[in-house]
Design a protein around this ligand. Structure first.
Ligand SMILES: [Mg+2]
Length: 399
């Protein structure tokens, strides 16, 4: 006999959050830093939801370029999440976690501004929560996002470009050419190289060497990693302009909106920036004051470094209000989280690091890059389990 009184289900609870630090050091450098000491935090959010006979565990990691925020995670953000009343982070209608509510719990008692690197700690946890949410729904994250926010429309394949061309010690022009040749062999069409770590004339020789391999200048992007003062940024702009490159990235300090706003007078080709802006307020300042052009420029905000997807959706809202399409976004980081966002929310593409930041680089093992585009696996969550070498790093956190 069934009871006439329907029992309310207990909300999905987070029963543990685990964190570990993993090196992603690489023998490379850009114009600003080398990556010899680089680390990432990997987190696992363990829930009491059960799928396929096992508790659902969501994973996250903090992209690359910022060090593992272990102190912040362990002292503030993980305790807040673990101590939260399950009801306070519940999506009761879907019997799931609510990432937006979890975000509010994480950011309780945090003052505005000064985003620093707490945005990285929150971004790691936000990624793990979204992974868990999609696994609880039994769907790939891109599908969850498309269904909730884009009327179900999914991009079957996403544009990706090969980021590399670093200043390797002992690697000359031939080494750069060999590297780019191997990216083309692996299905990429657009390659990106570093500039600003050498004098302008030497960088121009490197660009000429790269062009011999990639062919069209539309297939080559250059990245100064925020190195230049205004005079140097202008000198490079004048020298680069005749090439007609895919883009000229992050010429000056990420918060120097004046520098960015001056450059279009010297450079009419596409520019890209934003990977070191970590909040929707900073993104809004770039859009308001940075002179970025919605018809040609590219925005590279990386959700894993900037408070996660919950905040990234606020950035997309800011862009929408200022007349920008989400298609102008090609996030930094080369990770599967942004790839899911690109496919589910209709971004312009995603970065990829074919040869560095192992095992956090690249996408699902069974999804090759073809003609500069990559597909996504039909697997629940972000798809980490479909990338064997990365999952081997994450799996021990399942317990
Ligand atoms: Mg960059």
């Amino acid at each position: 006999m069934t009871s006439a009184i329907s029992r309310k289900r207990a909300p999905v609870a987070i029963i543990d959050v685990r964190e570990t630090v993993v090196p992603i050091k690489s023998a490379i450098s850009n114009a600003y830093i080398d990556f010899s000491q680089m680390t990432v935090s990997v987190v696992a959010v363990v829930t009491d939801a059960v799928r396929d006979g096992k508790p659902v565990v969501g994973f996250g990691f903090n992209s690359n370029g910022r060090y593992a925020p272990s102190g912040l995670l362990r002292e503030r953000f993980i305790p807040r999440l673990k101590e939260a009343d399950p009801l306070s982070i519940a999506d009761e209608e879907r019997h799931n976690l609510d990432p937006h509510k979890a975000w509010a719990v994480l950011m309780r008692n945090e003052k505005p501004g000064g985003h620093g690197e707490r945005s990285v700690a929150v971004g790691v946890l936000d990624m793990a929560i979204w992974d868990a949410v999609a696994k609880i729904e039994g769907k790939p994250l891109y599908r969850v996002l498309a269904e909730r926010y884009r009327g179900g429309k999914i991009d079957d394949r996403v544009f990706v470009y090969a980021a590399g061309g670093y200043y390797y010690p002992d690697k000359g022009l031939e080494g750069l050419q060999d590297e780019f040749r191997s990216y083309l062999d692996r299905g990429y069409t657009v390659c990106k190289m570093k500039i600003g770590g050498a004098p302008l004339d030497e960088d121009l020789r490197r660009i000429d060497a790269a062009l011999e391999v990639v062919g069209s200048p539309h297939n080559l992007a250059v990245d100064a990693n925020g190195r230049f003062d205004l005079d140097t940024a202008i000198a490079y702009a004048k020298a680069l302009k005749p090439y007609g490159l895919f883009w000229y990235e992050e010429p000056g300090d990420p918060l120097d909106f004046h520098l960015q706003a001056v450059l279009p007078a010297y450079y009419d080709g596409p520019m890209a920036t934003g990977e070191n802006l970590f909040s929707h307020q900073d993104a809004r300042n770039l859009i308001r004051y940075g002179g970025m052009r919605p018809d040609r420029d590219w925005l590279q905000f990386d959700c894993a470094l900037s408070y996660g997807l919950v905040e990234y959706m606020r950035i997309l809202e800011v862009l929408h209000m200022h007349g920008w399409s989400a298609r102008r976004c090609i996030p930094h980081g080369g990770h599967q989280m942004s790839l899911n966002i690109a496919a589910g929310l209709g971004l312009g593409g995603n970065e990829s690091y074919p040869d560095v930041f192992w095992p956090f680089n690249g996408f699902a093992d069974d999804c090759p890059v073809i003609d500069g585009h990559v597909g996504l696996p039909d697997a629940p969550g972000i798809g980490f389990e479909r990338k064997r070498e990365l999952y081997e790093v994450m799996k021990p956190l399942e317990g």
